[in-house]
Ligand binder design. Structure first.
Ligand SMILES: Cc1cc2nc3c(=O)[nH]c(=O)nc-3n(C[C@H](O)[C@H](O)[C@H](O)COP(=O)(O)OP(=O)(O)OC[C@H]3O[C@@H](n4cnc5c(N)ncnc54)[C@H](O)[C@@H]3O)c2cc1C
Length: 451
């Protein structure tokens, strides 16, 4: 903030600042506007859509990215995707969808493109001052807002592993976000490292494009096909949620029996607690490629050695290309870590109900969750709750205090998501429980005040 201190701040009164114009930022702008707030949204890139826009210069899309969650489970509740779209839309269709959403709700006029927020600082009266990073030759802008919602996503800082000998490795290494063109795989012996959805998708791309594919996986996980019982798998499983518990368990086991047996045949042990425990991988082609030998599975990489790679099981290979599909580190750099409950360096934000700052009533984060189901419906309810909270805070301080206490108790027990043991699953939430907790939060905020 120091370097910008000579500029006078422009006060935007009761307006709210939203940072990022990806899916979460757009949904936040729409829900805030619908609840009567003035909004300024800042996007560092020159386009909307966040990671779904290949023109966004840091987009992590890789060749042939399609949704792994189905259309009905991904669409925003008040803006359905077109009926004639496929069950699993492509990245291009996701961008079309978000662009139509912005157009339908008239969001573009509230977005400032090419405007990176460099810093967000609390100032007096629970307000925030934001610094908009200057484009070359321009002065920085400083503005004051009544509240700030961070919607900057968590797929921008590649998480790169560090194996013995990797520094001296002489072959070619890419992170999954750098592989934009499947032709780079052609004719090569490819090693894909990482067993999440990206790793599995890229192993399948390598299976059909490369000369050979080895897939290194640290631990087994659930492998779901995209369809179960003749329906999109997430829809089929979600639909069982309404049944009594015993019936639900019986029907779920029956649906999952086939995929679990197929995985076992390929030497994959699925975790005992079912695919709801942490994000399953969803790709029906993968186990078939393992079955026909076009993907060979290996355990964890043990070390790199010259041009060679050795695995923990004692086998070795000499790849032409190594692709690290090892995910991303959630990073929010524009705000001081303690405001987000981050402890130590590189820690994960510990937010109340996964969205409210534990230190400030007027700072919230949207979309910092991995629910293992469609993210957009969750962000819709999160930002609806945030907008309602900002209203109640102004109109009814006593109810606001009770509400904070309730959120605090909703947060207890969520601090450790289903996959908290593994760094890859730091942001995991049990979608069903989390949506139920969002519903309770919204109910409380929407109750008529007692007379
Ligand atoms: C390969 C891949 C496949 C996926 N598949 C699915 C799927 O099938 N189903 C599903 O539900 N989810 C999926 N996701 C999750 C995805 O993260 C969400 O669907 C959603 O798009 C996230 O939107 P977001 O707005 O939170 O983040 P982003 O799309 O990352 O948008 C954040 C925006 O903030 C901007 N920004 C960042 N920092 C600043 C700053 N300081 N100032 C101004 N602007 C800033 C960025 O430029 C970006 O435009 C997938 C993710 C990946 C990477």
């Amino acid at each position: 903030m120091q370097e910008y201190s000579s500029q006078a701040a422009y006060d935007r009164g009761e307006a709210v600042c939203v940072i990022g114009a990806g899916a979460s930022g757009l949904i936040a702008v729409k829900n805030l506007r619908e609840n009567g707030f003035e909004v300024d949204c800042y996007e560092r890139d020159t386009v909307l859509g966040g990671l779904w826009n290949p023109q966004n210069q840091h987009s992590p899309l890789y060749p042939n990215t399609h949704l792994v969650t189905s259309r009905s489970q991904t669409e925003i509740p008040d803006f359905p995707m077109p009926d004639d779209w496929p069950d699993y839309p492509s990245a291009t269709q996701m961008l079309t969808y978000l662009t139509s959403y912005a157009k339908h709700f008239g969001l573009s006029e509230h977005i400032w493109y090419g405007s990176e927020i460099a810093a967000v600082e609390p100032v007096e009266g629970s307000r925030f001052e934001v610094i908009v990073k200057p484009a070359a030759g321009n002065a920085a802008r400083r503005l004051r807002y009544a509240a700030v919602i961070i919607a900057t996503g968590h797929h921008w800082a590649p998480n790169l592993p560090s194996y013995p000998g990797q520094d001296q490795y002489r072959g070619t290494v890419l992170h999954s976000s750098q592989l934009k063109d499947a032709s780079r795989l052609r004719g090569k012996h490819v090693l894909v490292v990482g067993g999440g959805n990206s790793g599995v998708d890229l192993a399948c791309e390598a299976a059909v494009n490369a000369a050979g594919c080895v897939h290194s996986v640290r631990r087994d996980t659930w492998h779901l096909p995209k369809y179960l019982g003749g329906e999109p798998a997430d829809y089929a499983l979600n639909r069982l949620g309404a049944r009594p518990k015993f019936l639900r368990r019986f029907l779920t086991d029956r649906l999952l029996n086939g995929p679990a047996r197929l995985a076992a045949r390929m030497g994959i042990e699925v975790p005992g607690r079912g695919p709801g425990g942490e994000e399953p991988v969803r790709n029906g082609r993968y186990l078939e490629h393992v079955g026909d030998g076009s993907i060979r599975r290996r355990g964890e990489v043990a070390r790199f050695d010259g041009y060679d790679v050795a695995f923990a099981d004692g086998t070795e290979m000499r790849p032409d290309l190594v692709v690290f599909a090892t995910g991303y580190r959630p990073q929010i750099t524009c705000v001081a870590a303690p405001l987000l409950g981050v402890e130590g360096t590189g820690g994960t934000p510990q937010l109340m109900a996964r969205m409210f700052s534990p230190k400030s009533q007027t700072l919230a984060v949207a979309g910092l969750v991995e629910p293992g189901v469609g993210v957009l419906p969750i962000v819709h309810w999160q930002t609806h709750a945030i907008a309602r909270w900002l209203q109640v805070r102004k109109s009814d301080p006593e109810r606001a205090k009770n509400f904070r206490d309730q959120v605090q108790s909703e947060t207890t027990g969520q601090a450790d998501g289903p996959g908290a043991a593994s760094p890859r699953h730091r942001l995991a939430v049990d979608a069903e429980e989390y949506l139920a907790s969002l519903a309770r939060i919204i109910d409380t905020l929407e109750q008529e005040p007692a007379k």
